[in-house]
Design a protein around this ligand. Structure first.
Ligand code: ITT
Length: 176
């Protein structure tokens, strides 16, 4: 029987990396995307809120998909520091007994985008307006646009999710 992974999203830019990573770790993985409440704002700001969204999504996904062995939550967020405004993703993975988190690398957002987020706008629509494209968050994303296509949003999630899975792949190394 296939191993069922529940991902708390229906966004293809997130489902693709979940399938790619779990498919490599466990042969025969099947990923089901489910729309869940993140419990945080549409545009989370700061690490705390973004990680909370990822954890809520992972737990809600596992609970919401009958027969699922794993729940995965991916939450996009931004954070501000003295050097600028940064786009990153928080990752949470649970097997129902243990919950682990990880995060993606981050990308500096242009000052004009940062100012609009600071004023309360959501990154997705802001980037759509700037690029003249629709629904970029479900495609190559801000990452794809600002790296001239060298990296996509899915690529970045893939690495963050792989890192989050390390404690599950080598449990003996993480014994206290
Ligand atoms: O369908 P869900 O899973 O909610 O996916 P999402 O892309 O709408 O939601 P996220 O939680 O990942 O991201 C929060 C917001 O950040 C924005 N965002 C994050 N990464 C982005 C990207 O690469 N390109 C465009 N917008 C992005 C977007 O506006 C999201 O509503």
């Amino acid at each position: 029987m296939n191993l069922l992974v529940a991902a708390g999203t229906t966004n293809p830019a997130k489902l693709k990396p979940v399938q790619a990573v779990f498919g490599q770790v466990f042969a025969g993985t099947q990923v089901t995307g489910i729309s869940v409440l993140s419990g945080v704002r549409e545009q989370p700001i700061g690490e705390e809120e973004t990680f909370l969204g990822a954890v809520n999504r992972a737990q809600a996904a596992l609970a919401g998909v009958p027969g699922a062995a794993w729940g995965v939550g991916l939450e996009g967020g931004v954070r501000f520091d003295l050097r600028g405004c940064w786009l990153f993703g928080a990752v949470a993975v649970t097997d129902g007994k243990q919950l682990e988190v990880g995060r993606t690398a981050e990308l500096k957002l242009p000052p004009q985008v940062a100012a609009r987020i600071n004023a309360g706008e959501e990154l997705g629509p802001v980037m759509d307006a700037l690029t003249g494209e629709q629904n970029t968050k479900q495609k190559a994303g801000t990452v794809g646009f600002l790296t001239n296509g060298l990296l996509s949003r899915a690529d970045v999630w893939q690495m963050g999710l792989t890192l989050a899975l390390a404690p599950f792949m080598n449990p003996e190394m993480y014994l206290i």
